[in-house]
Design a protein around this ligand. Structure first.
Ligand SMILES: [Zn+2]
Length: 1095
C-alpha cells in the first residue's frame, strides 16, 4: 500500500475545521511528489485575522513576573475569593495581586486553630483585626489534633501510622516517615527529614529535605514581591490573595494599587452562608452539631485517623477544631474557575499560559501551542535551575493525551504531506518542524529551538521572510502556525520499510462453563452482530478498513474460518496450547461486509455449540499468543478483545494459582499482591508490542482472578481492562455493552512510538501509563486510543533560560485505523523563572495530583504502601513549606499559608492517600486494588480529578425547570440534608442517595412509590416516569454517563440503610472506615509538617 494511493487523509476525523475554513484537503492531501511549495492550502492564503498576534518567531511570552504569587491563607469565610475581578479574556501570566493571607482572629469566633485562607478585606471585616502573632502561636500550640482524636485505628489499616499500630503491624519498616516518627520525638525537623531519604523507596523524586531549606540557591528571597513590578504595598500582609487560579489577566503593574484590596464582590459561595459569627468554639472534634443539618454527625465512622498521636508530646489544652467552612473548598475553586474562564476560548498563542481547570468547559483556539486537551503540565513556569526545582519539590510533569477526542467545535489536527522527502526535521536532535523553529538568512536556514543547531532549508521548502523575519507562508502551513498537526509518514517510518496493512480486530471469547452459564456468551455474540458495523473508520470513509477474526476457548482454542466464499463457518481446534500456532491464514481475518453472512452464522452458532459445556478450566496466555501470532501471520497490527471469566488454572503457559492473601495487607509483602506472579506475561507482552498487538481485556470474575497478573499484557500494550464482578446479564448487560461499544468504536492508533523532545536544559526522565519501553526515551505503544494518557516527568540537566523558555515536542508515530502511517506532533512552550514565586503562581494542582497518584500507585509494587503514603505527605509538606519560606510574606508561624494555585493540594492529596490502592477498606479486594491501580495509570487529568474527589450534586434543591447542572456540594456527610436527594459520581460509580425525610411527593415523582420506606435499596434503574423531576434526574444521569470513559452503573442508596456505607466511602472529606483522615484533620497535620520543616 502506498501512502499516495490512500484516501485523502484530512479531515482525519471528519470534523469540520472552523479555524481554517479554507484548508482544502484535496489540495495537499494525497499529492505525490515534491510537495507543497507555494500555497498548498488552497483558499487559505491570507492570514486569518485571529492569527495576527503571533509574533514572527519564537513564542510570545507572558509578561515577566516576579512578585509574590497569590496565596491562600485560611480564613474563616473561605471561598470568597475575588476571582471575579479578572476578566477571563485577556489571559496573561503576569503577576497580579498577590496577596497575603490575612489571618483572622479565628479561634475565638470559629474555634479554628488555623485561621487561614484567602484574604479579602471585605469578608474579613466583620471578624475583627488580624491576630497578633502571639495569639496565633498560642492557637497553634493548641492545635494538636492528636490529643483529642487519638484512638487505635481499626485493624484494617495502619492509619497514618501511629507508633502503636506500626509497632504491631510492621516491625519491618521502622522508618515510618513523618507520621510515624514525629510523635515519638520532637526532633528538629531537619534531622528528622534527613532520616527519610533512606527509607524512600525507589520513589525517585524526593531528594533529601535538608537541601531544601538550607541554602536557597538563588538567594531564596523571602519576599519576591519586593523585587517585582508590584506596586508598593501589594505584597503585604493584608492584601487579598485572590486571583484567578492561575491567570492574571492583567499584569500587575497595570493594576492601580489597591485594586485587589477590595475586589468586586465575587459570586457568593454557594455552600457556605456567612453564618460564622454565631459559631461556637467547638471542642473535641465535634464541629458537626453546631452547624450541620445532620444530627448525628459526630463520629460517623469508628475509625479515627491518628496522625501519630502518642502519649509522647504533651497534650495541650482542649484541642480545637478547624471550621470546615474555613478551609479551601474544591467546589468553590471549580465554580470560580468556571465563572472566570468558561466563557472565553483559551487561545494558545502565548507561552506559559495556565489553561482553565479541567472542570471548566471552554473552547480552545490553537495558535501555536498544543491544546490543554492534549497536554497539561504541573507548572507552566519552570524553575531555571535544578537547585530551585529541588528546593520547591514541585514535580515537573506533563500529562499527554496524544489522540484526545476534541469537541465538535474544535478542529482535528491537519495532516501535512511533505511527499517523498517526508517531514522536515532538525538534523541534530531530530525535532520536527514546528512554530518554535526560527528561520534565518533570508529563509535559507532555520535554527532549531530545541538544540540550537542551524539547518539548511531544502529548496522545495524555501520561502521568503517578511520584514519581521517570519516566513510569508507561515499561516498557510499548520506546522509553522499550529501547536498540533500531523505529518504523513514516508516509508522510512514504517516497519521493515513497508507501508502497513490495515489493522485487524480479533474477538477471543471464553466459552467455559461460567461464561455460558451467566449468559455472557449469548449476549456478546448477539451484540457483535450489530457492533461490527461500527468499527472505527478514517475520516469520511464509507466502511472501516479493519478486518476481523474470531476465536473461542476454554482449555483449548477454536479458530474459525469465516471466508466469504464459505456457506458455513469452519472451526479448527488447537489443543496443543503449549506451542500455540494459528491453524489457518486464509479466511481467519476478513472484511465484515464481505463475510457478513458467514460471520452472522458463526455468532448464532457459538452459544449453541457450547451450551452444554462442562468445562470449567481456562487458559489465558495461549489465547493472547494465538491472537498475536495471527496478526504476525497477516503482517498487520491490531487489537485483541478478550472476554475472560476465571483464573487460568488449566495446564498451559501462563498458568496461575490463587495467591490472594489478605494477611499480607500492611506487611512488607503486601507489594507482592501487585506484582505479577509469573514473568511469562511480560515476555508475552514484549512480543505483542513488537507486533503492534494491543490487548483489551474484559473480565467477568466470580472470585479472585489475579488481575495484577492478567492485566500485565493489556498494561504493556496500551490496552484497557474492564472488570464486571459477579456478572449477571440482567444486572450488568447495560454497563458491559455500553463499555464494549465505546471500546470497539473509539479512535485508536497502532504500532505507535511516542517520543518527547525538550529544549536544552530539561529532559524527559520518567514515564507513567500503559505502554512498554525498551530504552529510556521511546514510549512504545502497541495500541493507543483516544482515552489514554502518558504522564511524563522532566528533570533539569542544565540551566534554563528565561528568554528562551522550555519547549516540549511530543511526536507520536502511529498507524491509523485505515493503515496510514502518520506522525502526530504536539508542541508546547513553557516559561522559565528565577523566582520561586513564579513557579507557584503557575502550577496546576489537578495535574500535580494526576502525577502524584500515578507515581504513588506505581510505587506500591516495590514498597510498602505506608512508605509510599509517607513519601507523598513529605513531598507535599516540602512543596508548601518552600512556598511559605520563600514566597509568602512574613507572618506568624501559626498561619497556614497556601499558594493560591495549590490551595486544594492538601484535600486532593488526602483523597489519594486514602484511596483503595493506598489504604483499602475491609471490603476492597486484591483484584479491585490491582484493577484501580492500572486504571489510574492511564487516566487524564479530568478523570483523576473526579475519581479522587467525587462530584456530589443535590437533585432536589434547584428549581425543577432549571436546565443547568445543579451546583455541587462538598463530599462530606455533613453537607447532606435528610430532606434532599443527591447524586454522586466519580467516573466509575454513580449513586443516588435519598434522605430519610424527603417529601413524599418527590419520592413519588422519582421512584413511583408512595413513601421512603418503599424505595428499593440498591435499585439500579430509575423508573421512567412522565414528570419534570424524573425527566430531569434521568437526563442528568445520562449526561454524566456520556461525559465519562466508562459506563457508571447506578446504585440507589437510602439514608441509614446498609448500603449507605458503600456510598459514604466516597464522601472523601470525612474520615474513612479504613482509617483515612478527614480533610480537616489532614490539613492540620499538613500544617504541622510544614511548621516542622520551617522551624
Ligand atoms: Zn535540534
Amino acid at each position: 500500500m502506498n501512502v499516495n494511493q490512500s484516501a485523502p487523509p484530512v479531515p482525519p476525523f471528519g470534523q469540520n475545521q472552523p479555524i481554517y475554513p479554507g484548508y482544502h484537503q484535496s489540495s495537499y492531501g494525497g499529492q505525490p511528489g515534491p510537495a507543497v511549495a507555494a500555497t498548498p492550502y488552497g483558499a487559505y492564503n491570507g492570514p486569518v485575522p485571529g492569527y495576527q498576534q503571533i509574533p514572527p518567531q519564537g513564542v510570545p511570552r507572558a509578561p515577566p513576573s516576579s512578585g509574590v504569587p497569590p496565596a491562600s491563607t485560611m480564613q474563616a469565610p473561605c471561598g470568597q475569593t475575588a476571582y471575579g475581578q479578572f476578566g477571563q479574556g485577556d489571559i496573561q501570566n503576569g503577576p497580579s495581586s498577590t496577596a497575603q493571607m490575612q489571618r483572622l482572629q479565628g479561634s475565638q469566633q470559629f474555634g479554628s486553630p488555623l485561621a487561614p485562607v484567602v484574604s479579602q478585606p471585605a469578608v474579613l471585616q466583620p471578624y475583627g483585626p488580624p491576630p497578633t502573632s502571639t495569639q496565633v502561636t498560642a492557637q497553634l500550640a493548641g492545635m494538636q489534633i492528636s490529643g483529642a482524636v487519638s484512638q487505635a485505628p481499626p485493624s484494617s489499616g495502619l492509619g497514618y501510622g501511629p507508633p502503636t499500630s506500626l509497632a504491631s503491624a510492621s516491625g519491618s519498616f521502622p522508618n515510618s516517615g513523618p507520621y510515624g516518627s514525629y510523635p515519638q520525638s520532637q526532633a528538629p525537623p531537619l534531622s528528622q527529614a534527613q532520616g527519610h531519604p533512606g527509607v524512600q523507596p525507589p520513589l525517585r523524586s524526593a531528594p533529601p529535605l535538608a537541601s531544601s531549606f538550607t541554602s536557597p540557591a538563588s538567594g531564596g528571597p523571602r519576599m519576591p514581591s519586593m523585587t517585582g513590578p508590584l506596586p508598593p504595598g501589594q505584597g503585604f500582609g493584608s492584601l487579598p490573595v485572590s486571583q484567578p487560579n492561575h491567570v492574571s489577566s492583567t499584569p500587575a503593574h497595570a493594576l492601580p494599587p489597591g485594586t485587589q484590596m477590595t475586589g468586586p464582590p465575587g459570586p457568593p459561595p454557594p455552600m457556605h452562608s456567612p453564618q460564622q459569627p454565631g459559631y461556637q468554639l467547638q471542642q473535641n472534634g465535634s464541629f458537626g452539631p453546631a452547624r450541620g443539618p445532620q444530627p448525628n454527625y459526630e463520629s460517623p465512622y469508628p475509625g479515627t485517623p491518628t496522625f501519630g498521636s502518642q502519649p509522647g508530646p504533651p497534650q495541650p489544652l482542649p484541642p480545637k477544631r478547624l471550621d470546615p467552612d474555613a478551609i479551601p473548598s474544591p467546589i468553590q475553586v471549580i465554580e470560580d474557575d468556571r465563572n472566570n474562564r468558561g466563557s472565553e476560548p483559551f487561545v494558545t498563542g502565548v507561552r506559559g499560559q495556565v489553561p482553565p481547570l479541567v472542570t471548566t468547559n471552554f473552547l480552545v483556539k490553537d495558535q501555536g501551542n498544543a491544546s490543554p486537551r492534549y497536554i497539561r503540565c504541573t507548572s507552566y513556569n519552570i524553575p531555571c535551575t535544578a537547585d530551585m526545582a529541588k528546593q520547591a519539590q514541585v514535580p515537573l510533569a506533563a500529562v499527554i493525551k496524544p489522540l484526545a477526542r476534541l469537541p465538535p467545535e474544535e478542529a482535528s489536527p491537519y495532516v501535512v504531506d511533505h511527499g517523498e522527502s517526508g517531514p522536515l526535521r532538525c538534523n541534530r536532535c531530530k525535532a520536527y518542524m514546528c512554530p518554535l523553529m526560527t528561520f534565518i538568512e533570508g529563509g535559507r536556514r532555520f535554527q532549531c529551538s530545541f538544540c540550537s543547531c542551524i539547518n539548511d532549508v531544502p529548496p522545495q521548502y524555501f520561502q521568503h521572510l517578511d520584514h519581521t523575519g517570519k516566513r510569508v507562508d507561515a499561516y498557510d502551513r499548520p506546522e509553522l502556525s499550529l501547536g498540533s498537526y500531523e505529518f504523513l509518514a514516508t516509508v522510512d517510518y514504517c516497519k521493515n520499510n513497508k507501508f502497513p496493512s490495515p489493522p485487524a480486530f480479533i474477538f477471543m471469547i471464553d466459552v467455559s462453563y461460567n461464561a455460558i452459564r451467566t449468559g455472557l456468551v449469548r449476549l456478546l455474540c448477539e451484540e457483535l452482530k450489530s457492533l461490527l458495523d461500527y468499527l472505527p473508520r478514517e475520516g469520511g470513509a464509507e466502511e472501516s478498513a479493519i478486518r476481523v477474526g474470531f476465536v473461542t476457548y476454554n482449555k483449548v482454542l477454536h479458530f474459525y474460518n469465516v471466508k466469504s466464499s464459505l456457506a458455513q463457518p469452519q472451526m479448527m481446534v488447537v489443543s496443543d496450547v503449549a506451542d500455540m500456532f494459528v491453524p489457518l491464514l486464509d479466511g481467519f481475518l476478513v472484511n465484515v461486509k464481505e463475510s457478513r453472512a458467514v460471520i452472522t452464522s458463526l455468532l448464532d452458532k457459538i452459544p449453541e455449540m457450547f451450551a452444554d459445556t462442562r468445562e470449567t478450566e481456562t487458559v489465558f496466555a495461549p489465547v493472547i499468543q494465538a491472537g498475536m501470532e495471527a496478526l504476525k501471520a497477516a503482517e498487520c497490527a491490531g487489537k485483541l478483545f478478550l472476554f475472560h471469566t476465571s483464573l487460568p488454572i488449566a495446564e498451559a503457559p501462563g498458568k496461575l494459582k490463587n495467591r490472594d492473601d489478605r494477611k499480607l495487607l500492611n506487611t512488607d509483602k503486601e507489594k507482592t499482591l501487585f506484582q505479577p506472579q509469573t514473568g511469562a506475561y511480560q515476555t508475552l507482552a514484549k512480543e505483542c508490542v513488537a507486533q503492534g498487538c494491543c490487548v483489551d481485556l474484559f473480565l467477568f470474575p466470580n472470585q479472585y482472578v489475579d488481575v495484577a497478573t492478567l492485566s500485565v499484557v493489556p498494561q504493556l500494550t496500551g490496552g484497557s481492562v474492564y472488570k464486571y464482578a459477579c456478572f449477571q446479564v440482567e444486572n450488568d448487560q447495560e454497563r458491559f455493552l455500553s463499555d464494549l461499544r465505546r471500546d470497539v468504536q473509539k479512535v485508536v492508533g497502532f504500532d505507535a512510538v511516542m517520543r518527547v523532545r525538550t529544549s536544552t536544559g530539561i529532559r524527559a526522565v520518567d514515564f507513567f501509563g500503559a505502554f512498554y519501553m525498551s530504552n529510556t526515551t521511546d514510549v512504545e505503544l502497541a495500541g493507543l486510543d483516544e482515552d489514554k494518557t502518558v504522564t511524563v516527568e522532566f528533570k533539569h540537566d542544565d540551566r534554563l533560560n528565561e528568554e528562551s523558555g522550555a519547549l516540549l515536542q511530543c511526536a507520536l508515530l502511529y498507524t491509523s485505523c485505515a493503515g496510514q502511517r502518520r506522525l502526530r506532533i504536539h508542541n508546547l512552550a513553557l516559561n522559565c523563572c528565577t523566582q520561586l514565586a513564579d513557579l507557584y503562581r503557575n502550577c496546576e494542582t489537578d495535574t500535580l495530583i494526576n502525577y502524584m497518584a500515578k507515581f504513588a500507585y506505581r510505587g506500591v509494587v516495590n514498597s510498602p504502601v505506608k512508605t509510599v503514603r509517607d513519601t507523598l505527605i513529605t513531598q507535599c509538606a516540602q512543596i508548601l513549606a518552600c512556598y511559605r519560606k520563600n514566597c509568602a510574606s512574613p507572618s506568624s508561624a501559626g498561619q497556614l499559608i497556601l499558594p493560591e494555585c495549590m490551595k486544594l493540594l492538601p484535600v486532593y492529596l488526602n483523597c489519594v492517600l486514602k484511596s483503595d490502592v493506598l489504604q483499602p477498606g475491609a471490603e476492597v479486594t486484591t483484584d479491585d486494588r490491582a484493577y484501580v491501580r492500572q486504571l489510574v495509570s492511564s487516566m487524564d487529568v479530568a478523570e483523576t480529578n473526579v475519581f479522587f474527589y467525587p462530584r456530589l450534586l443535590p437533585l432536589t434543591k434547584s428549581p425543577i425547570d432549571s436546565t443547568s447542572e445543579p451546583p455541587a456540594v462538598r463530599a462530606s456527610e455533613e453537607r447532606l440534608s435528610s430532606g434532599d436527594i443527591y447524586l454522586l459520581e466519580n467516573g466509575l460509580n454513580l449513586f443516588v442517595w435519598v434522605g430519610a425525610s424527603v417529601q413524599q411527593g418527590v419520592v413519588q415523582s422519582l421512584f413511583n412509590v408512595s413513601s421512603f420506606s418503599q424505595i428499593t435499596s440498591g435499585l439500579s434503574v430509575l423508573p421512567v416516569l412522565d414528570n419534570p423531576l424524573s425527566k430531569k434526574v434521568r437526563g442528568l444521569i445520562d449526561s454524566l454517563r456520556a461525559q465519562r470513559m466508562r459506563y457508571m452503573k447506578l446504585i440507589v442508596v437510602k439514608q441509614e440503610d446498609k448500603l449507605e456505607m458503600l456510598f459514604k466511602h466516597f464522601l472523601v472529606e470525612d474520615k474513612s472506615l479504613s482509617g483515612g483522615a478527614s480533610y480537616v484533620d489532614f490539613l492540620c497535620h499538613m500544617h504541622k509538617e510544614i511548621r516542622q520543616l520551617l522551624s
